[in-house]
Design a protein around this ligand. Structure first.
Ligand SMILES: Nc1ncnc2c1ncn2[C@@H]1O[C@H](COP(=O)(O)OP(=O)(O)OP(=O)(O)O)[C@@H](O)[C@H]1O
Length: 903
């Protein structure tokens, strides 16, 4: 991406005329911008009249643009404007304020690239902005259109009072350019001063006036100018107002030669480049207070140089050891060796589940270790070791060794900030990072910033991972002992479990994200244990991390998932992570196998596994409460959700960082707006409570907790628990929600004063009982899944990116559905005859399907199977109708287990 590298050097300047003036130099360092500047010197001098507020600070716009990140931006909102106007500054008329607000509304319409086509320009901040309300209306949807004659104001009236001069044609303009070209070499400060000192009686003919209007119109809409203005702390929301004033000033005072030169440039990039430095001079003199305020707001949302937030860690000479490799290569094992050897050490886990695993494992090996997660604190006497979730790690404690597991999660859009904080802030002599290579280069860069020593240790997989090209041929009856079927929705997981248990002798364990860690561990143990009949695992992507599982083969039920908005392909890194679970060291399988259920997904699986790890360019950051509090001081009247928005709009980030998504936080923040009496800090803390924002019952309980808390009442958990395990999916969902509510209560009790959440023990006991009930329920589960949003209309799910190729089965299904809707008898579908017996139940060809000697995939053997609706509304083939459990399923346990051992 070509970039306009305008480097601003703000230097102290002692001017002979103004003793305290600061001077702004603009250095146009990009050849592209030089080329576009006819007659514009590359280092024109600016001055400001005694505007020392810019002080020693230097803003290097080239830095912002070179990272392709927005430097800082404001999309105007009423609140920030109010804060500017409330203090009675330069712009004070109500009329203007209204105008300002309207412009702000208009600015929220994104208009990226309509004004400037130079590739180097940042176009993401294009604005609808013109000079008055009418103009805004007139120009919305008509950017670049002719400026209407009726848009005159007082300045304009003066300027066009005498229309005696002849308008210039093209030849005249060219002549003017030759004649007035020298203006371009004048210092902007001189141009500005001359204009300022001119009497306000400029005279222009109407056509010239209109052309100047167009030039200023383009300037006001210029994303480039708006972005550059940020360097002098003219915010994007104030920029249109500033240009409006500037235009009035210019048209009122303009000298012939300056006007002629500008007219000769016409509405062009050159005109913008010519006007901009004069505009800077104007702003420095006219809007010092607005600029000061904007600067102060921007500075309070400054997330640049995050390594400087941890001065104690910076004075340490830390050694970072990056254990870099694919899954199942011994990274964590090696890091944990150092953890256990150390006198004082901390292990940071991506999941509660994994923290619990390490806690158990390390204690079992005789190293006293405590556990610290958001929900529970288990302090082991005399322990100097702690296993915690990464969000809970202390950056105050001193450690000899720290381990940060799954370091690639620094790039996670929502939680990445926790890993970044741990890496930057941990006070440990030795820090072990375990992860794939995707963040290696950015860790190198961070270590340069922090001054830490980096040692890289590369790993290879212990056992090979082999793709089985045969796939399951769309038939779940081809599942074998030791398989893990991965599906990406809860509904699909239960559908698959039900189908496998109905159609085969296998019994399934289940693991998905909404289950408590205890239940997931119980299911994992059940699956790993050779002495029971549960030999198949059906799991979501939650299986990709944290559990030691004896999986022989990972089978992807599908490779697309709903991301809350639309159905998207599962990212390659995630596919690798999940597939890599097969053939773990220590398991009895000599190699790991992976494949898909359907042949049509196989290519995508292979493509994902072949792909090298994508290098991550940015890692996550999120402001601490103190930063939010500081920022709130600049915008005293806004609500917490508005504050979060404003922070996101105004924050500045270095090129290696992004601001973590706040959709979940925002949703909770919006809900808590109904609760008066919460302090800013309370709101901030409540927003981080672990709650499934798509579960209305869990959200209701969070609201209830916050309401009691705000009324200074002891917060009561006020929830009963069922006596027995779930008998259907609705009861199972209810148990999941109830566990989540307990978990939320426990989290809150650890984050607020103990006396405000006094029923912690009760919540713990309830959580344990519910986890047990869930475990029992899952082993028995044989029902059709329900939706948590039952009764609610599901949003239409859009497909994006990777499209699974339409299988013959799907085509068959479609034509079958459309024929039936047209009243055509189904048995007349020709496709059925060519592809199988057409009874849709999958019977009649079982041997061929299950015969390992048959070719991996044969169209002729592909039967039209029973179809059923999946969670996403798509149709999927089912191997056979639901019915009685087959005889094989009723066989005795030893038979099952011998099969498992022989596998
Ligand atoms: N040197 C070793 N001796 C014995 N067992 C080992 C050794 N190295 C690793 N293992 C075992 O191999 C398995 C995989 O190791 P580990 O969890 O460290 O891999 P990893 O690369 O961190 O994988 P992932 O990224 O999937 O967590 C674990 O069960 C671990 O205990």
């Amino acid at each position: 991406m070509a970039r306009c590298r305008l480097t601003y050097l703000l230097r102290r300047w002692s001017s002979s005329s103004k003793s305290s003036a600061s001077q702004v130099w603009v250095l146009l360092s990009h050849p592209q911008s030089r080329r576009n500047l006819s007659g514009f010197p590359s280092n024109r001098r600016f001055s400001s009249s005694s505007n020392s507020f810019l002080g020693e600070s230097s803003l290097f716009l080239s830095e912002f643009s070179s990272h392709g990140a927005k430097a800082f931006s404001t999309i105007g909102g009423e609140e920030s404007n109010d804060s500017v106007y409330d203090n009675g500054d330069a712009i004070d008329s109500k009329l203007e304020k209204e105008h300002f607000d309207d412009v702000d509304i208009a600015t929220s319409v994104e208009h990226g690239d309509e004004s400037i086509d130079e590739p180097g320009f940042c176009s993401s901040h294009g604005r609808y902005a013109d000079f008055d309300d009418d103009d805004i209306v007139a120009n919305v949807g008509n950017i670049g259109s002719e400026v209407k004659n009726e848009h005159f104001d007082d300045n304009d009236a003066a300027a066009i009072s005498q229309l005696e001069a002849e308008p210039l044609d093209e030849v005249g303009l060219r002549k003017n350019y030759d004649r007035y070209g020298h203006i371009a070499s004048h210092e902007p400060v001189d141009i500005y001063r001359q204009l300022r000192d001119m009497p306000k009686d400029a005279k222009l003919c109407k056509e010239d006036w209109l052309l100047l209007q167009e030039i200023f119109g383009r300037f006001a809409r210029s994303a480039w100018a708006s972005n550059q203005a940020l360097a002098i702390y003219i915010g994007a929301s104030f920029f249109p107002t500033a240009v409006h004033k500037f235009r009035g000033f210019f048209l009122g005072h303009c000298q012939d030669d300056v006007a002629m030169y500008l007219l000769s440039l016409g509405p062009s990039d050159e005109a913008e480049k010519f006007l901009f430095p004069v505009f800077v001079e104007f702003c420095l003199e006219e809007f010092p207070d607005e600029m000061k305020k904007f600067r102060s707001m921007v500075e309070s949302a400054d997330l640049t140089k995050p390594h400087t937030w941890f001065p104690f860690a910076r004075v340490m000479k830390r050694k970072i050891i990056y254990h870099c490799g694919p899954t199942n290569s011994g990274k964590t094992y090696n890091a944990l060796q150092r953890f256990m050897e150390a006198k004082k050490a901390v292990y940071c886990s991506p999941l509660r589940l994994l923290a619990m695993e390490i806690f158990d494992k390390v204690n079992a090996l005789g190293v006293y270790c405590s556990l610290h997660t958001g929900q529970e604190k288990k302090t082991v006497p005399f322990s100097n070791h702690v296993a915690c979730t990464v969000e809970m790690v202390s950056t105050d404690e001193l450690y000899d060794v720290a381990v940060i597991d799954e370091i690639q999660m620094m790039a996670d859009p929502a939680r990445g900030f926790a890993w970044t904080r741990a890496l930057l802030g941990l006070k440990a002599d030795e820090i072990h990072l375990c992860g794939d290579p995707s963040v290696l280069s950015i860790v190198r860069k961070i270590c340069l910033d922090t001054g830490d020593e980096l040692v890289e240790q590369l790993y290879d997989r212990f056992k090979p991972l082999v793709v089985e090209a045969k796939t399951l041929q769309g038939d779940l009856r081809n599942v074998r002992s030791g398989d893990c079927i991965v599906a990406f929705s809860r509904r699909e997981i239960f559908e698959v479990k039900l189908a496998i248990e109905k159609q085969t002798k296998h019994r399934c364990c289940v693991i998905y994200g909404a289950l408590p860690p205890e239940t997931r561990r119980q299911q994992a143990t059940l699956f790993n244990d050779q002495d029971n009949e549960y030999d198949v695992l059906v799991a979501s992507d939650a299986v990709g991390m944290g559990l030691n599982l004896n999986i022989r083969r990972v089978v992807f039920y599908n490779l697309s998932k709903y991301n809350g908005d639309k159905v998207v392909p599962v990212p390659a890194s995630q596919v690798k992570q999940i597939a890599g679970r097969a053939g773990r060291r220590g398991s009895r399988y000599p190699e790991g196998l992976t494949c898909t259920l359907n042949l049509e997904d196989l290519d995508y699986l292979i493509e994902c596994l072949k792909q090298p790890f994508q290098e991550v360019k940015k890692v996550g950051l999120f402001p601490f409460y103190e930063q939010i509090e500081l920022f709130a001081g600049k915008l005293p009247k806004v609500t917490f959700p508005q504050l979060l928005d404003k922070f996101a709009e105004n924050c500045r980030l270095d090129g290696s960082y992004f601001l973590c998504q706040q959709a979940g936080i925002k949703k909770v923040a919006n809900m808590l707006e109904k609760v008066p009496g919460l302090s800013l800090e309370d709101r901030y803390n409540f927003c981080f409570a672990p709650v499934n924002i798509r579960d209305p019952k869990a959200m209701y309980h969070l609201l209830r907790f916050a309401s009691s808390y705000s009324q200074k009442l002891p917060v009561n958990i006020a929830m009963g628990i069922p006596k027995g395990s779930a008998r259907n999916d609705a009861e199972l969902l209810d148990l999941e929600t109830k566990h989540q509510v307990c978990s939320m209560y426990l989290w809150l009790s650890n984050h607020f004063k103990e006396e405000t959440f006094p029923y912690k023990q009760r919540a713990e006991a309830m959580a344990t009982s519910i986890a047990e009930l869930l475990g029992e329920s899952l082993t028995k589960a044989c029902w059709k899944p329900e939706s948590r949003q039952a009764g609610k209309q599901k949003p239409e799910q859009k497909k994006e990116g990777y499209e699974r190729p339409q299988s013959l089965i799907k085509i068959f299904d479609k034509s079958r559905v459309s024929r039936s809707s047209m009243g055509v008898p189904l048995n007349t579908v020709r496709f059925e005859t060519s592809c199988g017996n057409g009874n849709g139940n999958g019977n009649g060809n079982d041997e061929a399907q299950n015969d390992p000697c048959k070719p991996a995939y044969s169209l002729s053997s592909q039967k039209p199977a029973l179809f059923y609706a999946s969670g996403r509304g798509s149709k999927r083939p089912m191997p056979a109708p639901y019915g009685k459990r087959s005889k094989r399923n009723e066989q005795t346990l030893p038979q099952d287990k011998s099969d498992k051992v022989a596998a």
